[in-house]
Design a protein around this ligand. Structure first.
Ligand code: 5GP
Length: 182
């Protein structure tokens, strides 16, 4: 039976790095590709990092009920297509979804056997400095992201597991313990 793992964490928490490292060691897991209306960051490729859609295209997909879940985050839409997940499950792929906590809780409602994992920063100060160190966002965007952090941490109490990302190696080994032994 294929596994559906949903991973959330505050912006800048390093969850992307943790997931990337896990996937390199465990190629039998596939990362779900979400749709978004935000602009691609440098180096991001359409169809690999995200499917980049216009606001109109995204809203048409919402109207056509094409998303398993979608959320508005920091002024942009993000969503996971039902078709994408259905195809992957049909192929017997073990899937990892990297989505926000609201989306994660919606997936859990629809697919109760999914496993929800929250990756938390060692401290809020550390998180803010990581977010700024990325130099990819405007100050306004950073403020919006910081504002959403409290809500994300609050939602994490409904998750199955919480991992503190103190070091990447430790976080990856915690992730392995949870995912591979469940
Ligand atoms: P970023 O803009 O940094 O790539 O992502 C911002 C937030 O959107 C992150 O918390 C990320 O996990 C979340 N996100 C990415 N894809 C999806 C999705 O398909 N659905 C939901 N609900 N959130 C997503």
């Amino acid at each position: 039976m294929s596994k559906l793992i949903v991973i959330s964490g505050s912006s800048g928490v390093g969850k992307g790095t943790v997931i990337k490292s896990f996937l390199e060691k465990h190629p039998e897991f596939k990362l779900s590709v979400s749709c978004t209306t935000r602009a691609p960051r440098e180096g991001e490729i359409d169809g690999i990092n995200y499917f980049f859609l216009t606001k109109d295209e995204f809203e048409t997909c919402i109207d056509n009920n094409e998303f398993i879940e979608w959320a508005e985050f920091s002024g942009n839409y993000y969503g996971t297509k039902k078709e994408f997940i259905a195809k992957s499950v049909q192929n017997g792929d073990n899937m990892i979804l990297e989505i926000d906590t609201k989306g994660a809780l919606n997936v859990k409602k629809l697919i109760p056997e999914s496993e929800l994992i929250f990756i938390a920063p060692p401290s809020l100060e550390e998180l803010e400095s990581r977010l700024r160190g990325r130099h990819t966002e405007t100050e306004e965007a950073i403020q919006k992201r910081l504002a959403s952090i409290k809500l994300e941490i609050d939602n994490s109490k409904y998750f199955n597991h919480i991992i503190i990302n103190d070091t990447i190696e430790h976080a990856v080994s915690e992730l392995e313990k949870i995912i591979l032994h469940n």
